[in-house]
Design a protein around this ligand. Structure first.
Ligand SMILES: Nc1ncnc2c1ncn2[C@@H]1O[C@H](COP(=O)(O)OP(=O)(O)OP(=O)(O)O)[C@@H](O)[C@H]1O
Length: 213
């Protein structure tokens, strides 16, 4: 279970974001909706351990993220939280496979080539494992980014605007991929978007109100 309680965060420029409490059960897919500037990125960063809120607590699998020491938090994130950003942020001088192995080692886990290869194969990327990032299409880069995020069966899988730059067909394919990967690993999935096309695929929705400035 993941929970978000009494969370507030401000940026010191009259912007104070107050988030409604939120409880997500293990394995549930959720959509996080909000217009530009409503606080989606802020909330995702708080939820994934990247930004300590000024108030409130975030529990992932019973662990209060912001009570961990920085090093413990890094390890906890690497093992339990998978993050998919709009851009893949791969290391350009490493192959697809090497990028995944590096992610394992950053998470403090033993490098496991077979697991990395099998995960890439499950995303139909087996023929690209020795390619470099610049040799891949945007859709393929996104698959690598999904593979890297699900590699260790994280309890929480978070995707920030995964479909906004894609056409209808690819947007639907990426969504199905995320839902399917989350189901396969019983991960709680959070997809943040302002893409109206995505709305119908999720019954659980957490909506952010517009921020009055
Ligand atoms: N580092 C910062 N310093 C000052 N204000 C910030 C900072 N980061 C975000 N904000 C402000 O906080 C509010 C929420 O920003 P946030 O990026 O979380 O929204 P968002 O919903 O993700 O927007 P978008 O969809 O446009 O990316 C905005 O008004 C933004 O200007």
């Amino acid at each position: 279970m993941i929970s978000f309680r009494s969370v507030r965060h401000g940026y010191g420029n009259n912007i104070s974001l107050k988030f409604q409490d939120w409880t997500l059960q293990q394995g549930e897919p959720w959509l996080l909706l909000g217009n530009s500037g409503s606080g989606k990125t802020t909330l995702l960063h708080i939820l994934t351990g990247l930004l300590k809120p000024q108030q409130g607590e975030v529990l992932v699998k019973g662990t209060n993220l912001y009570q961990l020491r920085p090093k413990e938090l890094d390890l906890f994130r690497g093992r339990n939280i998978g993050l998919i950003l709009q851009r893949a942020h791969l290391i350009r001088s490493l192959t697809v496979l090497e990028n995944l192995l590096l992610a394992q080692s950053f998470a403090g886990l033993p490098t496991d080539r077979q697991l990395a290869k099998a995960t890439l194969a499950s995303l139909h990327m087996e023929e690209k494992i020795n390619r470099y990032p610049h040799q891949l299409s945007q859709g393929q880069l996104q698959r690598v980014s999904i593979a890297r995020a699900v590699l260790h069966r994280p309890a929480l899988l978070v995707a920030d605007e995964p479909t906004s730059s894609l056409d209808d067909k690819n947007a639907e394919a990426v969504l199905q991929l995320l839902l399917c990967q989350a189901r396969a690993t019983a991960a709680t999935l959070v997809v943040a978007t302002h893409d109206q096309r995505v709305k119908t695929s999720f019954s659980n929705q957490y909506s952010l109100p517009d921020v009055a400035v």
